[in-house]
Write a protein that binds this ligand. Structure first.
Ligand code: SF4
Length: 626
């Protein structure tokens, strides 16, 4: 009898066997397995069974707090598994939550503050934790695995530090669940492995919602320097002084020169969003303006970094967030100057956004996620799992997993007839047609109105961008105000967004629309079970905008894998559409219809099974009346 706590359904035994075999043979597996397939409980069960009798540990990485809570719930259901959840100090530390400035602190900044509190005996939570001792703490937290929120609440009620408690519990835990950063940031990873008491070669890694990993890794390996951050450096100069960093040149001179060159590059190169710049452009400008060599400038950047470090120290001693924009400036310039051109592209980002000037910046954009993710190969085994991962070989190549990686797709466990997907071929958001054909937005709006009136249910409308959303929704006639429209907006706060979603979820009689974008917070992270959403309208195909960064990425993938368009344009678009449609069916009893409004839908056939139709409203009506 295995550890699985429920009556196994359809493909679950097969999924668990695949994971068990992968882990036992020390390999890696990429698995696409949809909502409702029980991928969390299957992964934990199978890994725990494969680990039995060994000193290995499971590290389960998640993107969101709710996924982390789910891991703990399943570990509790399985029983016999000691599991611990940890999050960053910003979420766990009771001292830091009362200081708003600390909420934006990086893990490094908060670790420094924490170290001081502890050293100076100024943290009562730490003192009590140390006083009580590890054994007593283990007794207090013996009853069940706790989610990070539960652990925090219990620890604080006992006067203990939740972060320190998690560290103590990890030593004996077989399963630790943490956000991605705990593994992909090298410094935090080293600390985590130390607390877990195992080398990386004894880690069995699970990457949940793995489709996010390539972008996440590219992001953490990239760096930028913006006009805003240079202006914040000036504020620091006003407070902390303006030392010389080379003969006759101070930090504020360097800041002014950089603001000048960023503006100049922006004016010269940027037409829309961003542009390539000659790799040596910034350094050549600085050399010319200062009449110094690159070696002298490099020393100046180092001095800038050192001065920034002194500011961080000073702030730390004053119990302020130990952050310095001057430090970031020095670090950025040293990084920028030393970049290896093949995996990076140097960009100037600027132009306008929503009629307002963008915060122009230099960006060293990483094109190769494996710079951060190839460390996975040092683990004992790894399981990468998500509801939307196809094409799986793209993920394998991007992340840098070996050729013999196991790849498998498990079908949705829900009855096929519960979801109908349709597409129409008389509209598109394809760039040139959208711009040329003045009737396009009206025709798309017409489809949306007719479909929602036919459905008379909660309908999500997913757009490729906020710009297209505004234009199309402006054409909705809704003459008799029969359709209730609730909209997501660019940049609205989490609370306001939640309020609007709750309003939409409450439903009520008649047609209701919730409009949002694909690839955003709603389409990738919020569930709408049962009648909360029964129709999804996909407006256009969410191909990435052909920015300079996107073009560089495509070229990089062309050179490396000979699959630029397939990997960097088509695959992300398919995943975004799948994610949006996935909002409809979250449980076995859910049913719904999705309609793709774009003649290019044929390109999605590889990942999405749909039927063409000329009258989607009639099909929608029929679906709900059958
Ligand atoms: Fe916060 Fe714990 Fe550090 Fe104290 S020891 S400052 S409670 S994280």
């Amino acid at each position: 009898m295995g550890l699985f706590p429920y009556e196994p359904r359809e493909s679950q035994p097969e999924l668990m066997e695949l994971i068990r075999d992968t882990v036992s043979s020390g390999r890696h597996a990429i698995i696409e397995s949809g909502t409702g397939s029980g991928k969390t409980v299957c992964s934990i069960t199978a890994i725990a069974e494969a680990m039995e009798g060994e000193r290995k540990k499971m590290l389960y990485l998640t993107r969101t707090n709710s996924q982390q809570a789910q891991v703990i719930r399943e570990a509790a259901a399985i029983g016999r598994i000691r599991a611990v959840a940890i999050q960053g100090r910003a979420n766990m530390c009771p001292l830091m939550e009362s200081v708003p400035e600390f909420q934006s602190g990086t893990s490094e900044e908060l670790a420094k503050l924490c170290r001081d509190y502890k050293k100076e005996g100024k943290c009562p939570y730490f003192s009590k934790t140390a006083e009580l001792g590890e054994e007593k703490i283990r007794e207090i937290f013996l009853d069940a695995p706790f989610s990070a929120e539960q652990l925090r609440a219990k620890a604080v009620s006992e006067g203990l530090c939740p972060y320190e408690v998690a560290k103590i519990l990890m030593k004996d835990a077989e399963l630790v669940t943490a956000p991605y950063i705990f593994f992909f940031n090298p410094a935090i990873r080293r600390a985590l492995l130390d607390w877990m008491g195992v080398p990386i070669s004894d880690i069995i890694l699970v990457v949940d919602e793995a489709h996010n990993l390539p972008d996440y890794c590219r992001e953490i390996e990239s760096a930028e320097l913006s006009i805003n951050s240079l202006n914040l450096s000036k504020k620091e100069i006003a407070e902390f002084g303006d030392p010389e960093i080379m003969d006759g040149l101070t930090i504020s001179d360097l800041v002014d020169l950089l603001i000048r060159i960023i503006k100049q590059l922006n004016d010269e190169y940027v037409k829309e969003d961003d542009s390539f710049i000659p790799p040596g452009a910034v350094m050549e400008f600085l050399m010319e303006e200062t009449n110094r060599t690159s070696a002298v400038l490099r020393r100046a950047f180092e001095k800038t970094l050192e001065f920034g470090e002194a500011i961080r120290e000073k702030k730390r001693l004053e119990k302020r967030l130990p952050r310095s924009y001057i430090h970031s400036l020095g670090a950025f310039m040293l990084f920028w100057e030393g970049i290896d051109a093949t995996e990076y592209v140097k960009l100037i980002v600027g132009g306008e956004e929503n009629g307002e000037e963008r915060n122009s910046r230099l960006e060293a954009a990483c094109l190769d996620p494996s710079l951060a993710s190839s460390i996975i190969n040092e683990c004992s085994a790894s399981i990468h799992i998500s509801g939307t991962l196809a094409p799986l070989h793209e993920y394998r190549d991007s992340v840098g997993l070996p050729e013999d990686t196991v790849m498998a797709r498990f079908p949705s466990p829900f009855p096929e007839e519960n979801l109908k997907i349709l597409a129409v071929d008389d509209v598109t958001t394809k760039y040139d047609e959208w711009n040329r054909d003045r009737t396009m937005a009206d025709r798309i709006a017409g489809h949306i109105e007719r479909i929602s009136m036919a459905a008379q249910r909660n309908t999500g409308v997913f757009f490729p961008s906020y710009g297209i959303m505004t234009r199309v929704m402006g054409r909705i006639k809704n003459e008799n105000e029969e359709i209730r429209i609730i909209s997501d907006e660019r940049g609205i706060g989490q609370k306001e967004l939640q309020k609007r979603i709750d309003d939409f979820r409450r439903g009520g009689s008649g047609a209701r629309l919730f409009t949002t974008v694909m690839g955003g917070r709603v389409s990738e992270g919020i569930d709408f079970p049962a009648s909360e959403m029964e129709v999804a309208i996909i407006v256009g195909i969410p191909y990435p905008k052909p920015t300079a960064k996107q073009q560089a990425l495509m070229r990089y993938y062309d050179i490396k894998f000979n699959k630029g368009w397939e990997y960097t344009v088509k695959a992300p678009a398919i995943r975004k559409v799948q994610q949006a449609i996935g909002r409809l069916i979250r449980r076995e009893t859910d049913s719904g219809v999705a309609v793709i409004l774009d003649k290019r839908a044929g390109a999605l056939k590889e990942g999405i099974n749909f039927e063409w139709t000329e009258r989607p409203e009639e099909e929608v009506k029929r679906f709900f009346s059958d």
